[in-house]
Write a protein that binds this ligand. Structure first.
Ligand SMILES: Nc1ncnc2c1ncn2[C@@H]1O[C@H](COP(=O)(O)OP(=O)(O)OP(=O)(O)O)[C@@H](O)[C@H]1O
Ligand SMILES: [Mg+2]
Length: 254
């Protein structure tokens, strides 16, 4: 009887370990395959989409999909290479089909180092491709400041978000990022009331203020996180931390 119990316990432990190993293996493969798409979007021009995309790509070792016809990122990246720094991967994925393939993880990673995070720098206009870039994102970041024209622009962008939701049946959760605002400003009343009126938007806690370091570093294609002693760097790191937290929370909900 004693022997029988010992064999039974051994078998139970054996199968439990087997199950655990299998689960760990599956999880590892799953994590290996998972890609993350962060879309920096706003139909209004000049809000900081390309600037944020570039610095974020360097900081997160991510590839950028450049949908900005001004090729801002490509030019910044050339400056980076000319200054002896390892360029970031910039993908020329321009069609809706390519973006959908990327989402389904069967795109060829030509020209990348197999990065798993993709940052889409959406151009400051509305188009079908830009809408797909928003629809396939794990995280949508919408930079805006508190100037009147930016608030008007946000209301127009909100319409586009609503239309994408209607046509895809997706529930989007754009994250509003206050960017390029005075280092002195404490209250953002107009942005707060936009958030109160539009509950599908979420206000990010981090704020990126107007800092010369952002464009000074761009002259050499340096990432803001690659320099020392900078307020911009501190703010940007907080922003990245918040992104990571959001992604983690989003994954828990899935
Ligand atoms: N936090 C910031 N501090 C200082 N300058 C900033 C900041 N954010 C953006 N800028 C500046 O604002 C200008 C516009 O930025 P950017 O080109 O990134 O905008 P965009 O949204 O990509 O525009 P478009 O829609 O035309 O592509 C640039 O000169 C950039 O350096
Ligand atoms: Mg741009």
């Amino acid at each position: 009887m004693g022997n029988f119990i010992t064999v039974l316990i051994t078998l139970v432990i054996y199968f439990a370990i087997l199950k655990l190993v299998k689960y760990k293996f599956r999880m590892r493969n799953f994590l290996k395959a998972a890609i993350m798409i962060i879309t920096i979007a706003h139909t209004k021009g000049g809000v900081g989409k390309s600037l944020i995309s570039f610095h974020l790509a360097i900081a997160m070792n991510a590839a950028v999909i450049d949908l900005d016809f001004q090729r801002t990122i490509i030019i910044n990246n050339e400056m980076r290479a000319n200054n002896g720094k390892k360029p970031i991967a910039v993908l020329q994925t321009k069609t809706m089909q390519d973006l959908i393939k990327l989402r389904n993880h069967n795109i060829k990673y030509k020209g990348t180092n197999k990065e798993k995070t993709f940052i889409i720098d959406v151009g400051g206009f509305d188009s079908d491709v830009n809408r797909v870039a928003i629809a396939i994102a794990d995280l949508i970041i919408v930079p805006a400041n508190d100037k009147t024209n930016d608030i008007i622009g946000l209301h127009q962008f909100k319409q586009i978000i609503n239309e994408i939701e209607e046509s895809t049946n997706l529930k989007l959760k754009p994250m509003l990022l206050i960017n390029n605002v005075s280092p002195m400003t404490k209250d953002f009343i107009s942005l707060d009331s936009f958030i109160n009126e539009n509950k599908n938007f979420k206000l990010m806690k981090s704020i990126l203020r107007t800092r010369a370091d952002y464009y000074k570093t761009l002259e050499t294609g340096t990432g803001i996180t690659e320099i020392k002693n900078s307020k911009a760097k501190i703010e940007f790191k907080k922003f990245m931390k918040e992104i990571k937290k959001e992604v983690k929370n989003g994954q828990k909900k899935d």
